[in-house]
Structures are given as structure tokens and as C-alpha cells.
Design a protein around this ligand. Structure first.
Ligand code: FES
Length: 109
């Protein structure tokens, strides 16, 4: 696992998100009203909507396309809908934010 610095908590608007493009796809990093930070794939499990453009409420985001509600903590769709997105570990050190990416597979023996 590799930690990648992605800026500071204050770079993310409160109840908003920022996208980080990584070798493992586009990741949406959210900040809740109480300043918790969560990272999930920026891809709705329904039809791939951009979750980073959704509305954050509590620790969940509503997809801007068809209003599925996705838990930022578990990546699972809430309510009657079924599906989930990958969640990515986040850590905060001082003001700096890091997300964890799995080290790229290496074939070197
Ligand atoms: S693509 Fe997100 S609810 Fe349909």
C-alpha cells in the first residue's frame, strides 16, 4: 500500500468533493459538513454517474444522475438500491491528506 499526498482538507469545499486521477481510476474525495474526509471511486454503481458532482448529506452522497444514495463510509447504495463502489483509505496528518493506493503489481522477482 502506498500513501499519496493529495493536498489539504481545506482544498475540498465543505459538503463537496475533489477528484484525483490515479493509475487506478478517478477517485472522488469528499468532505462532510463535520469535516470528515472520505474517498470512493467517482463512478456510481448504477450507471457510472459522477458521484463527485453529487450532493453530500451526512456521510452519504446523492448521485446527480438518478438520485441513488451512496454511503461514503461503506461505498454501498442505501435504501432499496443495490450496488457498491470501492472505498479508498484516507488519512489526515496535520492539514495534509493522503489516500492509499495499492502498490502497482510488479513482476520483478
Ligand atoms: S448513475 Fe448514479 S443513480 Fe444512476
Amino acid at each position: 500500500m502506498t500513501w499519496i499526498a493529495i493536498g489539504t482538507v481545506s482544498d475540498i469545499p465543505s459538503r463537496g468533493a475533489r477528484c484525483v486521477v490515479t493509475p487506478q481510476g478517478k477517485i472522488a474525495v469528499f468532505r462532510t459538513a463535520d469535516d470528515q474526509v472520505f474517498a470512493i471511486d467517482d463512478r456510481c454503481p448504477h450507471k457510472g454517474g459522477p458521484l463527485s458532482q453529487g450532493i453530500v448529506h451526512g456521510a452519504a452522497v446523492t448521485c446527480p444522475l438518478h438520485n441513488w444514495v451512496i454511503s461514503l463510509e461503506t461505498g454501498k447504495a442505501l435504501g432499496a438500491d443495490e450496488g457498491s463502489v470501492r472505498t479508498i483509505p484516507v488519512k489526515v496528518e496535520g492539514e495534509m491528506l493522503f489516500i492509499a493506493l495499492k502498490a502497482l503489481a510488479s513482476k520483478a522477482a
